[in-house]
Design a protein around this ligand. Structure first.
Ligand code: GLY
Ligand code: MN
Ligand code: MN
Length: 465
């Protein structure tokens, strides 16, 4: 990942974090470790999302320290000509303050000497509790060094807290800089979906053997061509019945005339994910049954979009989706009203579950399933118990998060029809998902991923072109 061109948003975020730590608090945020793939090869490096959010600094081995008085210190790799010949340019501690806007910087080689000095005199140490293996032991080691100097007047912090609890809340509301990056990421991904649709139709028209990996390659080409660093998650390119496997990847499946293709793919741009799914007919024309189910999923997505605005609950789009899908399943004959009853019975018994088994939304941001609580923080004490109709287990519900402008969530209803007795054969093996990225606004939401067509007419027109 390349370094950010501007330090302003990161300086602002660090100042905001500092204000939340308390005057004698200190936060330690390491970046992600490098990961070996096999022998001499590493996985492509990606910095830790929290660290990158606060620094825009993409080198490995970095640590950010923020103190309650508003000061930031960066530990980074020292300059080293030989290593830089092999691995590339390093900013180094001398240039870091000017380049990254931090107040001080040290070589990471000196971290065991410098960190105890920074910890001395603080009362609370904040660090990520769940994301870095072995971090607790490392922090404890530095705290023991401070304790060892207590007779010389050192003051050791008394408590530790999870810094993610405050950073998650900050990351949940996207600032204007993040919103602009996410719009651009979604726009690139939309363009990639368009290219994949067009390639499918044109290859089939030429009588060529289309495979899922051809479309995967097309997506990747379009992502990289526009400066995206990598896909935000493993792209799903699922031809025909493969679409009914929720976590399918892009393999060698044949893309056949008359079948649907489901592509769930989004690029990551400068640390921010996009997440788009489109389902389209390989030859550019929906069959009757494909169209019937597609229109149903689209109608359920429209209902979810209409339910998304500041002040609504996170679960409102899901509930709106379910209402439309449940009625639709009865109307098209996926469910038999003589067996399951009316729409509200379908919802109450979760009878829709064999065909729609995932939630409609998740937060989207630096991580494709982004951080942020799904419960409303001001209502955590309000719990309600119920029995799940399918599992018989007791579930504790808490009030769902109230949406605020600047939050970004996906809206991704689907229908997945595996062959089974009693399920009309014309729908067998059809898997459909339609996924868009919604930026919550005061009055509704902005669908930042709509650069790719979604209606039947638009998709068919695009694929004819
Ligand atoms: N692509 C992952 C998801 O849709 O949640
Ligand atoms: Mn998603
Ligand atoms: Mn997705």
């Amino acid at each position: 990942m390349t370094q950010r061109a501007t330090t302003a948003p990161h300086t602002e975020r660090r100042a905001k974090l500092a204000a939340l730590l308390g005057p004698r608090g200190i936060a330690l945020i390491p970046t992600a470790p490098e990961q070996q793939r096999n022998r001499d090869a590493d996985f492509l490096y990606r910095p830790d999302s929290y660290f990158f959010y606060l620094t825009g600094f993409a080198e490995p081995k970095g640590w950010l320290v923020v103190t309650g008085d508003g000061k930031s210190t960066l530990f980074c790799q020292p300059k080293d000509l030989e290593r830089e010949i092999w691995d590339g340019y390093r900013v180094g501690p001398d240039a870091a303050p000017a380049q990254l806007g931090v107040d001080a910087s040290f070589s990471v080689a000196d971290i065991d000497t410098e960190m105890p000095k920074l910890l001395d005199g603080r009362n609370t140490v904040w660090y990520p509790f769940a994301t870095h293996k072995g971090l607790e032991t490392q922090v404890e080691g530095w705290l023991n060094k401070v304790r060892g100097r207590q007779r010389s007047g050192a003051l050791c912090p008394e408590q530790t807290r999870d810094v993610c609890s405050v950073l998650d809340e900050m990351r949940l509301i996207k600032d204007p800089y993040e919103q602009a990056t996410m719009r651009r990421a979604a726009q690139i991904s939309a363009g990639a979906h368009i290219r994949a649709m067009q390639l499918t139709a044109s290859m089939l028209r030429r009588g060529e053997d289309v495979r899922e990996y051809h479309l995967d390659a097309e997506l990747l080409h379009e992502f990289r061509r526009h400066g995206s660093q990598y896909p935000a998650y493993g792209s799903i390119v699922a031809a025909g019945a493969n679409a009914c496997v929720l976590h399918y990847r892009a393999e060698a499946g044949a893309v056949k005339d008359g079948e649907l293709v489901l592509i769930d793919a989004g690029c990551e741009l400068d640390g921010y994910a996009s997440d788009i799914t489109r389902t389209y007919p390989a030859n550019g024309r929906f069959t009757g049954p494909q169209r019937a189910l597609y229109e149903l999923v689209l109608a359920s997505q429209e209902a979810a979009v209409a339910a998304t605005c500041a002040g609504a609950r996170f679960t409102d789009p899901h509930d709106a989706t379910i209402k439309v899908l449940a009625q639709g399943m009865l109307d098209v004959g996926l469910l038999d009203k003589n067996k399951v009853g009316k729409r509200d019975d379908v919802i109450e018994k979760r009878a829709y579950f064999p065909f729609y088994m995932h939630r409609t939304s998740h937060w989207l941001g630096m991580d494709v399933h982004d951080c942020g609580s799904y419960n409303e923080p001001s209502e955590l004490a309000k719990t309600k118990e119920r029995t799940d109709p399918l599992t018989g287990q007791t579930v504790v519900d808490r009030p769902s998060r109230i949406l605020q402008a600047g939050m970004v969530l996906t809206i991704e209803p689907g229908l997945y029809v595996r062959p089974a007795q009693g399920v009309p054969e014309q729908f067998h093996n059809i898997g459909i998902r339609i996924e868009d990225d919604a930026l919550v606004t005061e009055t509704g939401c902005e669908l930042i991923s709509r650069g790719v067509p979604v209606t039947v007419a638009e998709i068919e027109a695009l694929m004819r072109a």
